[in-house]
Design a binder for this molecule. Structure first.
Ligand SMILES: Nc1ncnc2c1ncn2[C@@H]1O[C@H](COP(=O)(O)OP(=O)(O)O)[C@@H](O)[C@H]1O
Ligand SMILES: [Mg+2]
Length: 278
């Protein structure tokens, strides 16, 4: 596995998008702690805070990025100037504006952003994007270009309905829902939690027509609330807690998927070379 991980490091960066049907379900907390989980294995991570709502990535990390994407557009700074090197060895880009407002900037500026963004992505192994909740037409390209989608939900009926709707829309829009990692968060009763996941899986399979292959359940745990109050992610001080273990498990699953895909890619290349299609 270590060799495979090493070889992965030399390939293209993978984009992990963290989404949810509604706000307040633990999306930013997951994005931050997952970033730290990858960092622990020495992967180079860029955390893109695209949701300026309450409880941003910066607050959770207890830091403030001196410059944001807004400065990139308004002051003509280089993209490197707005990448904030956080004390945890995870780089952060903070949007500072509603990501939808990006579209208010002229095409030249937006193109400059996408070009610069793609350029700096190459120096990372994984890019984790904390998206605004819900589906947003304007962010279509971002969803489509993700390698992995993590959808966070709680077991409340409204959250479940919003999650179902989000998966359905993503699927209609052509985003491959097989890449979905479903995270049921703030679960009080694990047995009930598993039932909720099972029901959601069944409904999605039946009415959207795709299997949800990967799912995780995070307990409601006081370390999470404490980590918000202390502005210190729980993965850094409560590594044995259930939420931390889930983050590490999620990281391992994504790594394993990445390695398998690299292998597939490699086999495809050989097939092509040998002219045997596939
Ligand atoms: N597993 C958990 N256990 C306890 N509280 C949690 C858990 N996950 C999230 N929370 C609470 O939910 C709040 C919202 O989380 P946040 O990541 O900011 O949500 P989102 O980004 O989806 O809006 C946190 O401040 C925290 O108090
Ligand atoms: Mg958030």
């Amino acid at each position: 596995m270590q060799d495979q991980v090493e070889s992965l490091r030399k390939s293209e960066p993978k984009v992990i998008s963290v989404l949810s049907g509604k706000g307040g379900v633990g999306k930013s907390i997951l994005a931050v702690n997952l970033a730290l989980a990858f960092q622990k294995r020495n992967f180079k991570i860029l955390l893109f805070d695209a949701d300026v709502g309450f409880g941003s990535v910066e607050i959770l990390l207890g830091t403030v990025a001196p410059r944001t994407l807004k400065d990139f557009f308004k002051s003509g700074l280089k993209i490197e100037d707005i990448v904030y090197k956080s004390p945890y060895d995870v780089d952060v880009i903070s949007s500072g504006i509603d990501i939808e407002d990006l579209l208010l900037f002229n095409l030249g500026d937006r193109k400059k952003f996408f070009d610069s963004f793609s350029r700096i992505l190459r120096s990372y192994d994984y890019v984790i994007v904390d998206f605004p909740p819900g589906y947003n037409e304007n962010l279509d390209k971002f969803y489509l270009n993700s390698d992995y989608l993590i959808i966070v939900t709680t077991d409340e009926p409204t959250s479940i309905i919003n999650t179902y709707t989000l998966i359905k829309v993503l699927s209609v829009k052509g985003v491959n829902p097989e890449e979905i990692f479903l995270v049921l968060n703030m679960v009080r009763n694990m047995k009930e939690g598993r039932k909720v996941v099972e029901r959601l899986k069944n409904v999605v399979e039946r009415f959207v027509g795709v299997p949800i292959r990967h799912f995780f359940i995070v307990r409601e745990d006081p370390v999470v609330q404490k980590s918000v109050e202390r502005q210190k992610p729980f993965l850094l001080w409560a590594e044995k807690s259930q939420p931390s273990l889930v983050m590490l498990g999620l990281r391992e699953k994504i790594l394993k998927e990445s390695v398998e895909r690299e292998k597939e890619g490699f086999l495809d290349k050989i097939r092509h070379l040998l002219g045997i299609g596939g």
